[in-house]
Design a protein around this ligand. Structure first.
Ligand code: ITT
Length: 191
């Protein structure tokens, strides 16, 4: 299967390639095509907007991810708006802003959510979801991953940015969504 990777986030591209190696798919880059604005009100809707647009543009099946960090003490923020939290433009600035917003906050519960959508040129859609619970750390730890990974603490005390790519896939939100995708494609005919 030739599949377009419908994301402009390099961190996601790396995780897509690692997670899908072994499936025998030929992954195609998005090139300089710009994904449309994410106007949906759920992760699934936004992933669908991105995957459907890339599929329409290329004539190939396209796979998109929409994801976010939900912080309990912030009522689920930044959630759908994780990529533009506080209007900060890069990962580092968003992490500093998140630390500022949660300074002296006792309840550190947080979760990552990922929804993958595979859209086919005939309009057929597949959707897979994954989540992971964690704790917001008091400061960044580790240099791996991307986005909020250095601030996301796991039960073993490490941050998501201290995991290898394989370890992040095994415990992370996106990895769980990919497990469901792979199960559907390896264990049976495409749904
Ligand atoms: P595309 O839409 O092009 O895929 P994006 O970065 O804009 O890229 P989203 O709209 O899904 O993607 O934004 C999700 C944001 O949530 C992302 O920019 C990160 O800041 C954060 N995020 C998502 N998955 C993450 C992960 O695995 N680790 C750390 N932060 C993550």
């Amino acid at each position: 299967l030739r599949v377009v990777v419908a994301t402009s986030n390099l961190g996601k591209v790396i995780e897509f390639e690692e997670a899908l190696s072994g499936l025998g798919w030929q992954l195609e880059p998005l090139g300089d095509y710009s994904l449309p604005e994410e106007t949906g009100s759920t992760y699934a809707e936004n992933a669908m907007i991105k995957a459907a647009a890339a599929s329409l543009h290329t004539g190939l099946p396209a796979l998109a991810d929409d994801s976010g960090l939900e912080v309990a003490a912030l009522g689920g923020e930044p959630g759908l708006y994780s990529a533009r939290f506080g209007n900060r433009k890069d990962d580092h600035e968003r992490n500093l802003y998140l630390l500022e917003r949660t300074r002296n906050v006792q309840d550190r519960r947080a979760k990552f959510i990922s929804v993958l959508v595979l859209a086919y040129p005939d309009g057929h859609i597949e959707e897979y979801r994954g989540e992971v619970d964690g704790q917001l750390l008091e400061g960044p730890r580790g240099v791996g991953g991307f986005g909020y990974d250095p601030l996301f603490g796991l039960p073993d005390g490490r941050s998501m940015a201290q995991l290898s790519l394989e370890e992040k896939r095994a415990v992370g939100h996106r990895g769980k969504a990919f497990d469901a995708l792979k199960k559907a494609h390896v264990d049976g005919p495409p749904p």
